[in-house]
Write a protein that binds this ligand. Structure first.
Ligand code: CP
Length: 311
């Protein structure tokens, strides 16, 4: 069965573009896929996953989502493509569209790389942003919302802390945007130097020890060593003690509070290693839900682009 309530999105690049109804519809559809819903394709639909930055979770779960929906996945490796000869992102997408690819899933180091691709008449493709620089990560955000929704049944009044390397985090940007829209109370913590005052309009910045026994969701962020120019002076043990979710802090959490992390995890830095798979941790469930949320996103953009392949 195909959901009738989805709002069509020819592209899904930012959580800013999604209203509450659309987020709820995507989560609902992801739940249907999780419980076995199928999609019938009337004709072959080709997808290309273009990952210009490394990925394990997002790349593999998009590919599994595509295959579960019956799409044919075209192998695309930037290092082995004509990108290595200087072909631009636009010309690469133009080429893939010309040979018949109808869905592009792109991760790129450049913030808002997708702007040059949107509304191009020569690019009749559906586009999903799988992460842009320090911009946004909509599929991670939606799988996080699905996991929270499954645990608590809603968002209104829920206290969610987003903790760590906030400035570099596309997960944080997407999640603060959508959590506020959904009615959750957002809090931030971590090194002050990694906090941007522009986040003030989404939530309140507080020290970790003031938050830990108050919140329902403790969302820990990876320290993105590759994006820090002064990383040589970074002390992992010191960071863990000052800003991390230590075993001692975890004992102070509410009994029904949950721990989340988008992955990959720096064990013993932002999160004590023993907490990764503890009963309160949703880390594995987040990754599992990633497949179903991505199925819902793919279905939605393909419908929005009126590509014709769907029965
Ligand atoms: N959460 C996330 O984006 O992980 P990957 O970089 O492994 O895709």
């Amino acid at each position: 069965m195909i959901a009738e309530s989805l709002t069509c999105q020819p592209a899904l690049v930012s959580m800013r573009d999604l209203d509450v109804r659309t987020v709820e519809a995507l989560i609902h559809r992801a739940e249907e896929f999780k419980h076995g819903a199928q999609l019938e394709l009337a004709e072959p639909v080709f997808a290309a996953n273009m990952f210009f930055e490394n990925s394990t979770r997002t790349h593999t779960s998009f590919e599994i989502a595509e295959r579960r929906l019956g799409l044919s996945v075209v192998d695309f490796n930037p290092q082995a493509s004509s990108v290595s000869k200087g072909e631009t992102l636009y010309d690469t997408c133009l080429t893939l569209a010309a040979v018949g690819v109808r869905l592009l899933v792109i991760r790129h180091s450049q913030d808002a790389y997708y702007q040059e691709l949107l509304n191009q008449p020569a690019l009749p493709v559906a586009l999903i942003n799988a992460g842009d620089g320090s911009g946004e990560h909509p599929s991670q955000s939606l799988l996080d919302m699905m996991t929270i929704s499954e645990t608590f049944g809603g968002f209104s009044g829920l206290k969610v802390a987003i903790v760590g390397d906030l400035n570099h985090s596309r997960v944080a940007r997407s999640n603060m945007e959508v959590l506020k829209k959904l009615g959750a109370q957002v809090y931030f913590s971590g090194p002050e130097a990694w906090y941007d005052k522009r986040f003030d309009c989404f939530g309140q910045y507080l020290p970790m020890d003031e938050l830990v026994d108050q919140v329902d969701v403790m969302m820990m962020l990876r320290v993105q060593h590759e994006r820090h120019s002064d990383d040589a002076s970074f002390d992992q043990a010191d960071y863990h003690q000052q800003y991390g979710l230590t075993l001692e802090r975890a004992k102070r959490m509410k009994s029904d509070a949950i721990i989340m992390h988008p992955g990959p995890i720096n064990r013993g830095v932002e999160l004590a290693s023993d907490l990764v798979e503890c009963p309160q941790s949703k880390f594995v469930e987040q990754m599992r839900n990633g497949v179903f949320v991505r199925m819902a996103m793919i279905e939605s953009v393909l419908r929005g682009n009126q590509l014709g392949g769907l029965a």
